[in-house]
Structure formats: structure tokens, C-alpha cells
Design a protein around this ligand. Sequence first.
Ligand code: PGA
Ligand code: ZN
Length: 425
Amino acid sequence: RIAKLYGRRVWDSRGRPTVEVEVHLADGAVGRAIAPAGASTGQGEALDLRDGGSRFGGLDVRRAVGSVNEEIAPALLGLDAIDQESVDRLLVNLDGTPDRSRLGGNAIVATSMAVLHAAAASAGVPLWRHLSGGRPVRIPLPEIQIFGGGAHADRRVDVQDFMVVCPAARSFCEALDWTAEIYRAAGSLMRKAGKAQGVADEGGFWPAFDSNEEALETLTLAIETAGFTPATQVGISLDIAASQFGTGGRYTLALDDRTLDTAGLIDMLGGWIEQYPILSVEDPVGEDDHEGMVEFTRRFGHRCQVIGDDYLVTNAKRVEAAATNGAANAVLVKPNQAGTVTEAHQALRAGKDAGFATIVSARSGESEDITISHLSVGWDAGQLKVGSFTRSERMAKWNEVLRIEEALGDSAEFSGWSAFTFPDS
Ligand code: PGA
Ligand code: ZN
């Protein structure tokens, strides 16, 4: 039973305030979690409560911490932490708004995840095992950023994430080994070309490129330089995050000052899929461009993963509709987009029921919190997206999966190619 629950303000990886919640149970078990924060947020996401005004650029969270201490804590005292669904339902009802704007999505998701941790601690098992309940799980395929762009790098290039996936690796540990070599190779290629200029929000190299294509060329070359075969061993995964540069079917590319319609954007991306070893594309068109999502999935969904992030906002109903319409074949699952652990799990299950691939994902604003590493294993998501291969708010999450893989020993099954559900995978 929940005996004590309180919030505090801590700081995220962008140096912005965020909400941490700590839950103490009557049996002495403790759970703690920190809310992450997005930069390229989708419409229909749970909204974080920020103070506004001038302090920290309006980003302070004293009101959200107040929500935890003044409203959430008294309402949750005495509840059974094992019953996550009831706790989450109470949080949703207590807030009373569809977008969680009254108490704050940040206050609610940190509470929901802290309760989950407390329940696992009370059961005396690691969180991933508490979630899997003994069902077989896979160790996820990591999607790891090499270059950051879009809203995470001042729009230096249009595409937000240039990532690699290593589905031919035999283990998570080996996938990280391969990625480390590719990351190093990409860094030295950039230094040689005089393009090394630090890192973007999620720790990938700052993309001092003159075109999206130059980034794709460099990444493919980095894969080869590191000694891997593009496509069959290591693939490219892109988050286009197209809502960031277009709406209403009009897309404006920052680099070459070009405006494309939906068909033009899809043709451009299709050209990249022909030319580069691309295995996955996220949000290829804007979140309001339903026909574009359907068209892109119809043309390329057999040969590459088509992920809805801003398009699906971790919402089970939207996942079901996308499955019916053929508007994606994979769903990104971000707990703070849904609002609670239960709702995020519902979206993931809706994806699995539809035959979609599922990816548990971090946000661009993160912390040392490693909850999502456990969700990805415990929910058997198949894939985990955390950002780059530098900076400890990212590495903490990769390192936690290494520990889980080690704990599973011989029974650890790495998802590898089975992470994907598109026909040609
Ligand atoms: P965000 O970006 O956390 O800034 O929304 C991550 C993503 O788009 O996948
Ligand atoms: Zn995204």
C-alpha cells in the first residue's frame, strides 16, 4: 500500500527543470521516477505543466510538483501499488482533462512510473521481470542515433534522427559493440571533412552537412568503414519528424529552401530508400497528413518499417485506426506521450494485435531514469530508441539493458531481425 508519495524538482539533460516522484510503500519498498520531455512533440500528446513567466524561460515545474504534493499524494495514499491500472485510472480521473493539462502530464507520468517501480521493489524482482510476469521476453534491438538534426540541432538538416540498427548482431551487447565502431568511424569521417562541430540534443554528432543526402552518404560510409555490410548487417533508421517542417501537405526544407507537396516528399524519401540501406522511417509525412501516411506505407511498407510517432502519439485508438487504414506498420511508445504506464502499454498491445512492430522510446529531454529500458524488455517491445551513443542520460539506458541481458544469461533472446514485421525483413 502507498504510505508516502512526494514530488521534487530535478533537472533534465537540457538543463531544464523536470518532475521527480518518490513513492514509499507500507512494507518499506521505494520507487522513484523522473518525467522526460520532448522538443518535437505531437499534437494530442499529454501536456506538461510549466509555470510560465520569466523564471527559467517559463519552464519551471513548481506547479507540477505542487500537483504531486497537494493533490496526487492525498488521493493515492492507501492504494495498492500492485494495481497499476487502478492507480493510473485514478490519476486520469483526478486530472479530468483530455490532455492532462490541469495536474500536468509531467506530474502524472512521473507518479505512474514511480508507483510501478515501487510495486516491483515490493515484489523483490527487477522491473522488467515484474512486467513480464514470467512470460518469454526478447532483448530489444537498439535504434541508435549517429547524427542529430531537425528540432534537436537548430534545423541544421531537416531530418531529425539519422540512426543505425544492427539486426544481424547476435546479442544486444554485440549490437552496441558494432554501433560504437560506427560512431567512431562517423566521427573521424566528419573530422577529416572539417565537419565536426559537437553534438546535438540527444548526443549524436551535430550535422554540419550541406544536405540530408550528405548525412546519408556519410552514415553509409561510416557503416562500411567500420567493417559492416550495409542493409544485410547494419541498416539506417530515419526519424523524419516531418511535422516539424510541414503541415497541410506543404513541406519546407530548410537546407535548400525548397517546398514540396506530399507526393514530392514521398518521392524524395523513396529515392533515399532506393539508394541507401534504410530499414526504418519514422513520421515520413506530417502528423495531419493521413493520406500521405497511407501512400507512403502502401509504397514502401513491404520493404521498410514505417513508424508513427507524432502521428500515433502512443494512443491505442489511433494505432487501431492506422492498422485499419494501412497508415503505418510500427508504433513508437513513449510513456509521457500517453500520460500513464497503463495507457502506454495499451498502445503497445494495440500495435502487437495489429501485427505492428513496437518500439519503446525516450524523449530528447531525458535523465538518469532507466524505466524505459525495463519497459522495452518486460513488454517484449522488440526495439528500443534512446538517442545516441554518448552522454549518460542515453548510456544509462543502454547500459541497463546490458545488465538485463547478462542477468538472463543463456535464456536471453536478442530480437534482431524479429524486431521488424514488414514482409521483406
Ligand atoms: P522529442 O523527439 O522527444 O523531441 O519529441 C523524439 C522523437 O521525435 O522521436
Ligand atoms: Zn519521432
